[in-house]
Design a protein around this ligand. Structure first.
Ligand code: PLP
Length: 394
């Protein structure tokens, strides 16, 4: 047995999987088992931030694997401390970092920070409520799923932990904050919710409002983080200083990692939180290499140029295909085009795949683009020329 049959026989079916077999990649190009090339505008859902087959990342992973992969958090881990230092120094945020393995686990850490913060509050009323936004996405563990403001995802798996409240929009958050609220958790650009950026002034106003009330502002940067927004964190682009930031996806270029960063530097005591794999030698060494690559890309201005070109290409598509698209949306290299219907959205993704361009689905009928941040001009041009061909057929 092999391929699709093998997968279907032995793997639990929780994904609507496409059975293309990718065997190799170089930057934003993938090759399948028949040697056909694809332009990757999805980067493994914002994970392969430095592209596929990146020599520097592969070299760092290889070198580290030969020395040490894992010793556990019972002992000092040099690249972990260095990666924490780098995240703090590059962001300019006065924080400490806890490492986990995924976005959901990072958000679990954030929720535990919020609850411990609420617990230690010296008021008469226990603070435990966490406000999140409708259409948000925070992960698949039971608590992260409950934090996710999409009722359709809460059908099974209950009972869920208490204390999550969903705001319809940013303005509604102000109304929902009460004496029992310990934190607000939100994405600055909703990734699964249609590449929907929050209003800048609204976010700044919320930051001030929450600080005055001693309520934590926690920003889920699992998708927006690690230069995807054009800055290391979208929070910087918004000019805010959150109390908690979570990251994952692009941080180690494909090696599983997650992290929660907080200004509450002493919130946890030994035993309060932990993770066997979190922050091990392999993932944090990979994270260090990824940040070093992306830092140069950012400082040279190459990243901004790619963002400008990519966005201009998408705007042009909206003008050329007004019967298919409403508008271009997004931030940095986290972008989307809003299709006029769910059927059109599906056709665009399917037809793009037939022309060998990978793009993603998102909420609000959005076709989502999350290319590697190292995407070359040639790959971008090739991807858009294939995409145009695909759209002509719809
Ligand atoms: N938070 C956001 C904003 C995400 O986009 C995702 C994944 O798409 C998650 C959390 C969950 O991350 P993971 O799948 O690594 O658990």
């Amino acid at each position: 047995m092999m391929g699709e049959a093998l997968d279907k026989e032995y793997v639990l079916h929780s994904y609507g999987r496409n059975y293309v077999q990718f065997t190799q990649g170089k930057n934003a190009t993938l090759w399948d088992s028949e040697g056909k090339d694809y332009i990757d505008f999805a980067s493994g859902i914002a994970v392969c931030s430095v592209g596929h087959g990146n020599e520097r990342l592969a070299g760092a992973i290889c070198d580290q694997a030969k020395k040490l992969i894992h010793t556990s958090n019972l002992y000092y881990i040099e690249p972990q401390a260095r990666l924490a230092e780098k995240l703090v120094k590059l962001s300019g945020y006065d924080m400490r970092v806890f490492f986990a393995n995924s976005g959901a686990e990072a958000n679990e850490g954030a929720i535990k920070i919020a609850r411990k913060f609420g617990e230690s509050h010296e008021g008469e009323v226990k603070r435990y409520k966490i406000i999140t936004l409708e259409s948000s996405f925070h992960g698949r563990t039971i608590t992260a799923l409950k934090a996710t403001g999409q009722e359709k995802m809460h059908h099974y798996f209950g009972p869920y932990p208490d204390g999550f409240v969903y705001a319809k929009n940013l303005d509604h958050v102000f109304e929902l904050v009460d004496e029992k609220t310990c934190a607000v958790l939100l994405e600055l650009v909703q990734g699964e919710g249609g590449i929907e950026p929050q209003d800048r002034e609204g976010i700044k106003k919320l930051e001030r409002f929450l600080k005055e009330r001693g309520v934590l502002l926690m920003v889920d940067e699992v998708q927006t983080g690690i230069y995807r927004s054009g800055e290391l964190f979208a929070s910087q682009a918004y000019g805010i200083v959150p109390d908690v930031i979570t990251v994952a996806k692009g941080l180690a270029g494909g090696v599983p990692i997650g992290a929660v960063m907080t200004t509450l530097k002493d919130i946890f005591a030994p035993g309060d939180h932990g993770s066997t794999f979190g922050g091990n030698f392999l993932s944090t060494r990979a994270g260090l290499e990824v940040l070093s690559i992306l830092e140069s890309l950012y400082q040279e201005g190459t990243l901004q140029k790619s963002i400008d070109r990519f966005s201009a290409e998408l705007r042009a598509l909206c003008v050329e295909f007004p019967s298919l698209f409403e508008c271009e949306v997004g931030f940095g290299l986290m972008r989307g085009i809003r299709a006029k219907s769910a059927e059109i959205q599906k056709s665009v993704i399917d037809e793009a795949f037939k022309k060998r361009v990978l793009v993603l689905r998102s909420g609000r009928n959005t076709v989502r683009f999350l290319p590697p941040l190292t995407l070359s001009e040639r790959e971008m041009q090739e991807g858009f020329s294939r995409l145009r061909e695909a759209l002509k057929g719809i």
